[in-house]
Design a protein around this ligand. Structure first.
Ligand code: UGA
Length: 440
């Protein structure tokens, strides 16, 4: 089949490359000529394990191209995916839909044949119906243009795997205007359907809501364990063991019960806020009041970490040398959007600490966001003469650290484990002060 993908960020670039991997002819579209040039040359503009290989393989096979031209895209295919960003509005909780609107407003007037536009971006419930109405008015093909919604559940760091082997696929269609979206997507995703991956067809609003509900649930699960972690700290209990014990209950499950510095990134924080804002607009604001608490438990982790750092540095961060290991919002990513690690690093600097940050992949992005922090070229470089070492992103490289690796490098043997990824006993046995969040 032939399809286009509008937006070539984490979501769009991955979707485009993976649809080509399934054997389809794909044209990725972006307004940023720099991104298009990079992708066309087989380079991924961000770090995503395995994506570059898929990209190159499919460019070489002639199945994958990129362009900035909407005219070319409208001529290329009659199935168009929309995968542009929906960030948080400045100073408001709601989602900023300007990129989504701009794709529809530019593409629709070029559609003079029947076409299906399938949204993948995370949008407030009601958006798909509104975009459908907008597209039908703007397109010369009028009512022959269908808008459907196929939310994306991929995780950064596992984007290729999640796209080619998702837990489930959801497709929202306009029940009032039956079209060909379902048939076309069943054909497009045939190799996935052959693996018996569940494919749920719903109305538009349900599909939009599945996505934000999933992220709200995941955020709630993380904040739940972090709230319990606060109680653990107050009583000397160990949240890691507690989570292990809870996780054996199949109804609860161990995944997403890692207590620590909490969630960040370009999705969970802004999605729960946009969800609250939308519920408010719909007159259902009480329903999601609890997400405010989920958000504040999460943000409290960051201030708690700064307090803990001050505590282990003798009561104040003023003049302290602090090594921060990790800047990405999670391992296997170079994404620093709303990164708890970088946030903590910035706050500690404001409290007078000299902060040295190291991350295996996210240094360039970090430098752009927080140019005044010191950036190190290795773990040892970051830890030189440190009064405290803070692990704030659980990269495998950091989780594998042994006390001896750093003993001769630091000024004081103090380890603060913001992700509870180290073996506490091992560090304490080696004579280090070890502090974890929620670990007694
Ligand atoms: C999240 C969802 O997991 C995806 O399903 C969804 O498609 C995506 O958002 C999206 O909406 O685009 P992602 O932001 O890539 O994916 O990252 P997650 O793996 O969900 O991690 C989010 C944050 O939670 C990270 O900062 C991570 O460190 C933190 N986290 C995760 C915890 O603090 N504890 C945990 O147990 C798990």
């Amino acid at each position: 089949m032939r399809c286009t993908v509008f937006g070539t960020g984490y979501l769009g670039a991955t979707h485009a490359a993976c649809m080509a991997e399934l054997g389809h002819d794909v044209l990725g579209v972006d307004i940023d000529p720099g991104k298009v040039a990079k992708l066309s040359a087989g380079e991924v503009p961000f770090y995503e394990p395995g994506l570059a290989e898929v990209l190159r393989r499919n460019i070489e096979a002639g199945r994958l191209q990129f362009t900035t031209s909407y005219v070319e895209a409208a001529a290329f295919a009659d199935l168009h995916f929309l995968g542009v960003g929906t960030p948080q509005k400045k100073g408001e909780y709601g989602a900023d839909l300007r990129h989504v609107h701009s794709v529809i407003d530019t593409l629709a007037p070029l559609l003079d044949r029947p076409a299906v536009i399938v949204g993948k971006s995370t949008v407030p419930v009601g958006t798909a119906a509104e975009l459908g109405a907008r597209a039908r008015v703007l397109a010369p093909a009028g009512d022959a243009v269908e808008v459907a919604w196929n939310p994306e559940f991929l995780r950064e760091g596992f984007a290729v795997e999640d796209t080619l082997h998702p837990d489930r696929m959801v497709l929202g269609v306009d029940r009032d205007r039956p079209g060909s979206a379902e048939t076309q997507l069943r054909q497009l995703y045939a190799p996935l359907l052959a693996e018996d991956i569940p494919f749920l067809v719903t109305d538009l609003a349900t599909a939009e809501l599945v996505k934000v509900s999933a992220n709200a649930f995941l955020a709630t699960k993380i904040s739940f364990i972090n709230a319990i972690s606060e109680v653990c700290e107050a009583t000397g209990a160990d949240v890691t063991q507690l989570a292990d014990a809870l996780g054996y209950d199949a109804r609860i499950g161990r995944r997403f019960l890692n207590a620590g510095l909490g969630f960040g990134g370009g999705c969970l924080p802004k999605d729960i806020r946009a969800f609250m804002a939308r519920a408010g607009e719909l007159g259902a604001n009480q329903a999601l009041h609890f997400l405010r608490e989920v958000d504040s438990i999460n943000m409290r982790r960051r201030t708690r970490m700064v307090e803990l750092a001050a505590q282990v540095c003798g009561g104040s961060l003023l003049g302290a040398n602090v090594a921060v290991l990790g800047a990405a919002f999670k391992p296997e990513s170079d994404d620093v959007r709303d990164s708890p690690a970088l946030n903590v690093a910035g706050m500690m600097q404001l409290h007078g600490a000299v902060v040295s940050v190291y991350d295996p992949k996210a240094l360039d992005n970090s430098r752009r966001l927080f140019p005044t922090l010191n950036y190190a070229t290795s773990v040892a470089d970051a830890c030189e003469n440190a009064d405290a070492v803070l692990v704030l992103t659980e990269w495998a490289e950091f989780a594998a650290l042994k006390p001896d690796d750093l003993a001769g490098v630091v000024r004081a043997r103090v380890m603060v484990d913001g992700r509870n990824c180290l073996d506490a006993q091992q560090w304490r046995n080696a004579g280090w002060v070890y502090r974890g969040l929620g670990r007694g």
